[in-house]
Design a protein around this ligand. Structure first.
Ligand code: PLP
Length: 478
């Protein structure tokens, strides 16, 4: 059997690393093994292609290239310019965006770039104009202090954390919560669905500068056209954080009113979740914000990572292939099948189901917490994460939910029939999990007891299932 170019590339790379620090080569090998063996339902994770992975490990990392393509602070950046241009060209074509800024190192960084771009466009620029100044460098100390205080006193409306929003949407532990006076919108207490009329009423009352839409744990699609109407009515900028579902946008599952890029003024994303690229971020925007967004480095970002922009370009090129659209549709079909499989076994799901890539289980029906469910599932070879449910009785740490996502398993090739088997494994584990107790007999929200034999039995079935769908089949012998 001939060895594939991918196998050779990884084998040689690992040999080179091994010669310097064997523990690192070992960890890289072990990670491949763990990924291959585990039934991964982490909704924010995926498997990047070998071409994407290989584009990251090279000398593009050696170059400093502050600024943007064609306008750098350093000399000799023509190859980094090519990389950034190609990545942006693919991103614009893939998402139908007017402008793409491909430098952000992560989703959080992309959001910071977007927030400061909106503040610069809507607060700083008008202030400069009023003062007749060209640049912030020309302001007197008093005017600058006044402007700084205005920049730091703006309002942001985002989705609440327990309805599925993200910390970077104005919550105190993240810098966005320190920068903005934030209010958040939840979901309807009965249906657990986003209530656009309630969001509109809140926006009219609160008059935010920015409305953020997007989520990490909401199992439904959002009508971004409606969100834009609400934003326009109150003069807010609509920013969509599509970090989780960018793959479903790229794969043309979310179109029309559900397409964030066509409806929002500014869109941020990660590239490593459903989009299946390298770990990184990106900002897409219209002409209004273009020049501000391009100042992301050095405003809030360190020097661009040339090797990561290269890998983003590879990922975007892959996502422009018809096969990616089939993948994105399958991600949603699989989530639907997983939800159906769980519902038919009596499980309770937030919003009663899904129409994206996320299934959010409310595990209180099994008499356990999210932390206990996560632990019992992990011990049984099923990798998920605990997650709050709306108005969570167990709080944000122990939680009452488990979040499941299908992007990773779909990348391996699992389909709807396998999702029913996955539902069976999950239900079996949770049915046999009891809340644990401490030494004094008190209830412990993080401890659990799993009926004997269940973990071994389910683990064997889970690894049997994933072995039928080899991960990185062209990568051997590493
Ligand atoms: C994952 C996520 C982020 C953060 O992405 P990082 O790359 O981890 O910084 C931001 N926003 C949303 C909605 C996310 O789901």
């Amino acid at each position: 059997m001939s060895t594939s170019p991918e196998s050779l590339a990884f084998q040689n790379a690992l040999q080179a690393v091994e010669a310097v620090e064997p523990r690192i080569a070992g960890a890289i090998r072990d990670e491949l093994h763990d990924q291959r063996e585990s039934l991964k339902l982490i909704a924010s994770e995926n498997y990047a292609s070998p071409a994407t992975l290989l584009a990251m490990g090279n000398w593009l990392s050696d170059k400093y290239a502050e600024g943007v393509s064609g306008h750098r602070f350093y000399a000799g950046c023509k190859n980094i310019d090519t990389v950034e241009d190609v990545a942006a060209e693919h991103a614009k074509a893939l998402f139908g965006a007017q402008h793409a800024y491909v430098q952000p190192h992560s989703g959080i960084d992309a959001n910071l770039v977007a927030y400061w771009s909106i503040l610069a466009a809507k607060v700083q620029s008008p202030a400069l104009e009023k003062l007749g100044a060209k640049s912030i460098k020309d302001l007197s100390e008093a005017d600058w202090e006044q402007l700084r205080s205005e920049l730091g006193n703006q309002r942001l409306l985002g989705m609440s954390l327990d309805a599925g929003g993200h910390l970077t949407h104005g919550f105190r532990p993240n810098i966005s919560g320190k920068m903005f006076y934030q209010h958040n919108y939840g979901t309807d207490p009965t249906t657990q669905l986003l209530d656009y009329d309630a969001v509109a009423a809140q926006a009219r009352e609160f008059k935010p500068l920015i409305i953020v839409a997007g989520y990490s744990a909401y199992p439904r699609r959002i009508n971004f056209a409606k969100m834009r109407e609400i934003a326009d009515e109150v003069g807010a900028t609509l920013m969509v954080d599509m970090a989780h579902f960018a793959g479903l946008v790229a794969g043309k599952v979310f179109t029309g009113d559900e397409d964030p890029v066509a409806n929002a003024q500014i869109v941020t994303t990660t590239t490593h979740k459903s989009l299946r690229g390298p770990r990184g971020g990106m900002v897409l925007c219209d002409e209004t914000f273009k020049d501000y967004v391009d100042q992301g480095c050095p405003m809030v970002l360190g020097g661009p990572l040339g090797h990561m922009m290269a890998a983003k370009a590879v990922c975007f090129a892959e996502a422009r292939q018809p096969a990616f659209q089939e993948y994105a549709q399958q991600v949603c079909d699989n989530a639907q099948a997983l939800a159906d499989g769980l519902l038919k076994r009596g499980a309770k799901l937030v919003t009663g189901g899904t129409d994206n890539h996320i299934v959010l289980m409310d595990v209180t029906s099994y008499g356990i917490t999210g932390a206990q469910a996560e632990g019992a599932l992990l011990e049984s070879g099923v990798v998920t994460n605990k997650n709050s449910v709306p108005n969570d009785p167990n709080g944000a740490w122990w939680t009452s939910g488990v979040r499941l996502g299908t992007p990773a398993l779909t990348s391996r090739g699992l389909g709807t029939a396998e999702m029913d088997q996955v539902a069976e494994l999950i239900d079996t584990v949770l049915k046999h999990t009891k809340a644990g107790v401490t030494k004094t007999g008190a209830q412990a929200k993080g401890k659990f007891e799993l009926a004997s034999g269940v973990a071994d039995d389910v683990s064997a079935k889970a690894s049997g299932l994933v072995r039928g769908f080899p991960l990185y089949p062209t990568v051997e012998g590493v």
